[in-house]
Design a protein around this ligand. Structure first.
Ligand SMILES: Cc1ncc(COP(=O)(O)O)c(C=O)c1O
Length: 365
């Protein structure tokens, strides 16, 4: 038997354990800015909806309840400015979809999938699980005449915080349509624009209401502090969504009924989103100023949940230097060979821990 796991890279976070142990030995404790995991409360309105739906003994619908489908479609129309007829589907968080999408859409050996040069590691994992081939490229002209099955884009980007403007998104969609490739845009940080306004691939200014061959992947993990609930969704081309539904129904890939109810509440409320944004904005200001003062340069970082920082040295050296001060950051190497001199600093720590990080950085590295 050839183990499927042997086709996969090392699990990146395991490699960070030594730095984590070092950072945890700081007398005032670790400031963990490595994984982008929310630390603020789940909004009360969402918790109430979850509790109110706890008596649900029957199997939930893979397609999502009528209310959830309407809430997703309404949110995509409003937040993404998408006025056309969309297909929608809830997912069990978005990571599972990212990891299985190439397989679910029939990609296999011999197929090629384009992913960004510097990106969230799960795009590559999904391509490898399907047995297909990865092409890392930001400019599609670099791909040349290759036949491509699928193109992943991610704006705002994890880890760089780069935002792709509407013009860029239009070019990607046009390129893919000429070649019969599918464009999948991961937009889980869409509500976190700081210095530029992120645009959805579904926006009328990009697709003009025609979603043929286009999907947008979304998550409530960051927007609504729901990483623990596993709440994501995908919207776009009704034919592709129908295909995903047909396969996922057979495979039991169904968000739990109480989570579906919680998602409706989260999508219909923007107050908690504004509150959470304000928390991240303040932490971002503090960390940004502290990193610049400590001699870091910041690249991109105009949106999303991270600062993309470099000291012009190997990322593991920077990780180690920070860990000696009790601060844990993620090495750029996790995100692709082109990122070996950057570290990713997450905004997901409490105000108290962020202030501690700023003090430690002020004391020098
Ligand atoms: C770019 C990107 N896509 C997808 C995900 C997965 O998020 P979730 O599975 O919590 O929806 C993450 C998580 O950090 C991410 O950074």
């Amino acid at each position: 038997m050839s183990a499927l796991s042997s086709a996969l890279p090392d699990f990146p976070w395991d490699l960070l354990e030594p730095a984590k142990t070092l950072a945890a030995s700081h007398p005032d404790g670790i400031v963990d800015l490595s994984v982008g995991t929310p630390v603020d409360p789940v909004p009360a309105v969402v918790r109430q909806a979850l509790a109110g739906a706890s008596d649900t003994p029957g199997y939930p619908l893979t397609a999502g309840t009528t209310q959830l489908r309407a809430a997703i479609a309404g949110w995509l129309a409003r937040a993404c400015r998408a006025s056309g007829e969309l297909g929608v589907l809830p997912t069990i968080g978005s990571k599972e979809l990212v990891a299985w999408l190439p397989t679910l859409l029939g990609a296999g050996p011999g197929d090629k999938v384009v992913i960004p040069r510097i990106c969230y590691p799960t795009y590559e994992v999904g391509v490898r699980l399907a047995g297909a081939e990865v092409i890392r490229a930001d400019s599609l002209t670099a791909v040349g005449p290759e036949r491509v099955k699928l193109v992943w884009i991610n704006s705002p980007s994890n880890p760089t915080g780069r935002v792709l403007p509407a013009e860029h998104l239009r070019k990607v969609v046009a390129w893919a349509r000429e070649r019969d490739a599918i464009v999948v845009s991961d937009e889980c940080y869409l509500s976190l624009g700081w210095e530029s306004e992120p645009v959805s691939v579904l926006a009328d200014e990009v697709t003009g209401g025609d979603y043929t061959g286009v999907l947008a992947v979304h998550s409530l993990s960051k927007r609504s502090n729901l990483a623990g609930y596993r709440a994501g969704f995908v919207g776009g081309d009704p034919a592709l969504i129908g295909e995903l539904l047909a396969v996922r129904k057979h495979a039991g890939m169904i968000p739990p009924a109480p989570v579906q109810a919680a998602m409706v509440a989260a999508l219909e409320d923007e107050t908690h989103v504004a509150e959470q944004r304000a928390r991240y904005a303040a932490r971002r200001d503090t960390l940004r100023a502290a990193l610049l003062k400590a001699g870091f340069e910041l690249s991109h970082s105009e949106a999303g949940l991270y600062l993309w920082a470099t000291r012009g040295e190997d990322c593991w050296q920077t990780v180690d230097r920070l860990a000696q001060r009790g601060i844990l950051a993620a090495p750029g190497a996790f995100y692709g060979p082109a990122a070996a001199q950057h570290v990713r600093v997450a905004l997901t720590a409490t105000d108290e821990r962020v202030a501690a990080a700023a003090d430690r950085l002020a004391a020098g590295l």
